[in-house]
Structure formats: C-alpha cells, structure tokens
Design a protein around this ligand. Structure first.
Ligand code: ATP
Ligand code: MG
Length: 440
C-alpha cells in the first residue's frame, strides 16, 4: 500500500503553496528568453529511442545507463526525453523550420527523465529551461546564449555563480586530440573504471567527464584540448571571448570542461556554483554544429544550453533569494445560514468576474468555523451575510488587518468593494503577500 502514497524515487511534487512562486520563476525565464528573440517550442515527453541514441550519443552515460526506455504496445522502442535538444532538432526537421528565416531561436521549459542515483540536485524527473539557436555559425551566437544565461542569474542578483568556458574543437582538430588522449589513457588503462575502459577506443574524451575519483584523478593530467584546436576553432573561441569581454561578462577558461553529451563542437560552457553542494552545475551548454546533420538534416550550425530548474531553485534558496509570493485571497463572504449561502455565492461569483479573489463557505460550517478558516487562509477582508443584511441591502466589510469596518450595499457590492480595496491599497493598508515559505 505504501506504493500508493509514495511518489517514485527521484521525483518531486510541486505543492499548491509553492506553485505560484515556481510559476513566477518560470515567467522570468521565459520573458528573458523572449527579450533575446527566442520563442517557445513544446515537444513530446517521449520520442523514438533511436533519436536519443543518435542525438545524445550512444557512448554517453545518459544513453548507456540513464534512459527510461520501454517498448510500447506496438513494439516500438520509446524513451522518455533525457534532455530537450534532440526533440527540438527533430521537430525543427520534421516541420521544415529550416525553411523559415534563420537562425531559428527557440526555448523550452520541460521535464526530463534520467535514471540516476537521487541526491541533492540530482533527480530522476527534473526540469530544464533550455534555449537552442539553430542556423547561426558565428561566435556571436555562442556569446548571445551565454549572455542570456548570465542575465537570468543577474536578474536574481545571484553571486557565487561563475561562468567557465572551453572549446572542444571540431571533428578535424579532435582527431589529433583523441589520438593524444588515447595514448595517454592507454598507459593507465589498468586503473580506469570499466565504463571508461569501454570508452577508450570509441570516445576517449568521455573519460574526462567520468565522476569516479580514480578516473578523474587520472584525467587531471591528460592532454588538454585547447592545445589541439585547428585555426578556425581557435579563432572562433577567441571571438567568443572577445564578445564576452565586450559585454562585461566575466568568465574563466577551464580546459577540463568537455560536457556529458556527444554532440558538442567548439564552444562549451557551464555556470557553476559552490553554494549548492556536489551538483554545482546549474547551466551547461555549447555549440553542436554536427547534430542537425546527425539527425538526418542538411548540415546546420547550432548552439544552446540547458539550465536545471531544481538547481536554480537550490541556488536561490542558498542565497536567501525570495520569489514573489502568492497574494492573499482578498475577501471571504460568510453566509450565516444555508438560505444566505445562495446570495453569498452570487456575490463571490460577481467579484470573480472582476478579477477579485473571493471565497465563500462550501462546507456548511458554523460562522465561527468559517472565520477560523478565513483567518487561516490569510484573507484580507471578511463580510458576514445574514437575513438582516439581505433584506436591509447593507453589509459590513471588515479589513482584518486594520479592523476597519465599512458598510457596502449588497446590490452594488462588486463596484463598491473594488473601490474600497483600491482605496485601502493606496492608503498603505496591508496588501503584503501571505507569508508562504518556499520549500523546494
Ligand atoms: P551533471 O554533470 O550534473 O550530471 P549533465 O552534464 O548530465 O550534468 P546536462 O545534460 O548538460 O547535465 O543538463 C543540463 C542541466 O540540467 C545541468 O547543468 C543540471 O543543472 C541539470 N541536470 C542534469 N541532470 C540532472 C538531474 N538528474 N537532476 C537535476 N538536474 C539535472
Ligand atoms: Mg549527468
């Protein structure tokens, strides 16, 4: 029975007391992306497994160990998306978006699924805000998405989130680099973990990203890719840096960043924080000039990033940053009897047409119990509606913060109440948010 009341490991619910703040955060992300000219794309939660094998790369941890893959009833191999880029590129190709003006700049806010060991900042269902620029080859495009990431962190005035960049070159320069890595790691092959041993011939760069302490210690002294860049990749990387310098975006070059997915070329980058424990990468991305072709399209340069929403929330919490909180319900109309509840329903219904958050009794509670309930909800105004009020056409409205009582007409309630609440808000009477706490 416990299974019925316990969500699967590595998943999280967003409860009503937190969802408003989360939505506000998402609005900020989407608005920032819009200001940069990115438009939203939504793709399915599941895709053909083949898409991720090709798109993410079948030598990656994500595909080899972390994917949720199953056969559907039609015996197709289906996988839940482990990231957002492959689906976006698939949709771009399927719907011929390459015929639209290029670059196509898209963003998404999406759930992702990876079978990983759940821990702080590492979930099995997590959420990513991602951007993709399809069709721009210039270093300015790389710098633009980095600037977008930076602007999000700056919006929240977050400190301790630093940008690290690197270039992992193109297939041309990587050939020499792979050879150098291979000969370096071959000498130490006795010490490498089993997964890295299997990667040695196929994709030695993956070893640099291995999280096992032994492998990462060995990787520390491995040759660095920056020493192997061809002239084009070197110039591109320098121009990215020039763009960042010009926009006053601070960064450090970290030749150890290779990123976990196979599709990256040239620029790779991460926004990293020390404030949120071992899973410090809040945002990772780069250029992936080979991906569109890899997925069956004509060669097209592209770049993008993925930002982990849960890690962003951890970062905000670690620095005591508060998101906007839900506003208090404005008014509770308490009917004194069942007979009065019909008139109460009518009043709250009218108020809601005016965009006012208005509540009334739905549980046939006593007046005392209703007031207790309204109080718990943090309602700013209450009004008690009895037979006398209905026949007399006048009702007392009480501001629960100031204690002030105002008499309003039942017939023109919506209009008079709107004026009253407006007046109160201008006179500085408490319209603070109800004190909900963010508990992610
Ligand atoms: P890590 O090295 O932490 O495993 P990654 O290289 O696998 O990250 P990406 O595939 O680049 O991560 O995903 C982009 C972002 O999504 C990460 O920087 C992180 O913020 C977030 N992310 C990735 N995996 C998880 C997860 N299992 N749980 C929560 N967030 C995640
Ligand atoms: Mg990972």
């Amino acid at each position: 029975m416990a299974l019925l009341t316990k969500a699967p490991r590595g998943t999280q619910d967003v409860l009503p007391q937190d969802s408003y703040s989360l939505r506000k955060l998402e609005d900020i992300l989407c608005d920032t992306a819009s200001h940069f000219g990115f438009r939203e794309i939504r793709t399915p939660v599941f895709e053909h497994t083949e898409l991720f094998m090709r798109g993410v790369g079948d030598t990656t941890d994500v595909v080899q160990k972390e994917m949720y893959t199953f056969n559907d009833n039609g015996n197709r191999s289906i996988s839940l998306r482990p990231e957002g880029t492959a689906g976006t590129v698939r949709a771009f190709l399927e719907h011929g978006l390459f015929n639209e003006p290029l670059p196509q700049k898209m963003f998404y806010l999406t759930s992702c699924y990876r079978y990983e060991k759940p821990q702080a900042g590492r979930l099995r269902e997590f959420h990513q805000f991602g951007v993709e620029n399809l069709g721009a080859a210039s270093p300015q495009a790389d710098a633009e998405i980095i600037a977008l990431g930076r602007q999000i962190f700056d919006f929240f005035e977050l400190s301790d989130i630093s940008l690290e960049i690197n270039s992992i070159g193109c297939p041309k320069c990587r050939k020499n680099y792979h050879a150098a890595l291979l000969s370096y790691f071959k000498e130490k092959s006795g010490e490498l973990c089993e997964t890295c041993l299997s990667r040695l011939e196929r994709n030695p760069m993956r070893i640099l990203d291995c999280k096992s302490p032994v492998c990462s210690a060995i990787a520390k002294d491995a040759p660095v890719v920056l020493d192997f860049l061809c002239e084009e990749c070197d110039t591109h990387f320098k121009s990215v840096q020039k763009c960042l310098d010009t926009m006053d975006i601070p960064y450090t070059v970290n030749p150890r960043i290779v990123r976990g997915l196979d599709y990256y070329t040239k620029t790779v980058f991460e926004f990293v924080s020390n404030s949120i424990g071992a899973q410090g990468t809040v945002c990772g991305g780069g250029r992936y000039d080979g991906l569109v072709e890899q997925l069956g399209g004509n060669a097209l340069p592209a770049c993008g990033f993925g930002m982990g929403i849960e890690r962003l929330l951890m970062l905000l919490a670690s620095q005591g940053k508060e998101l906007p909180k839900e506003e208090r319900p404005l008014i509770y109309i308490a009917p004194m009897s069942e007979e009065c509840s019909f008139a109460a329903m009518k009043i709250v219904n009218d108020l809601r047409y005016d965009g006012i958050t208005a509540l009334t009794d739905l549980s046939s509670r006593s007046l005392k119990a209703q007031m207790k309930y309204a109080n718990k909800l943090g309602v700013l105004y209450t009004a008690v509606l009895g037979e006398d009020e209905i026949t007399g056409g006048k009702v007392n409205v009480k501001n629960m913060d100031s204690g002030t009582v105002t008499v309003l007409s039942v017939e023109n309630f919506t209009e008079e109440f709107s004026q009253l609440s407006l007046h109160d808000s201008f006179s500085g009477l408490s319209f603070d948010s109800f004190d909900g706490k963010l508990s992610f």
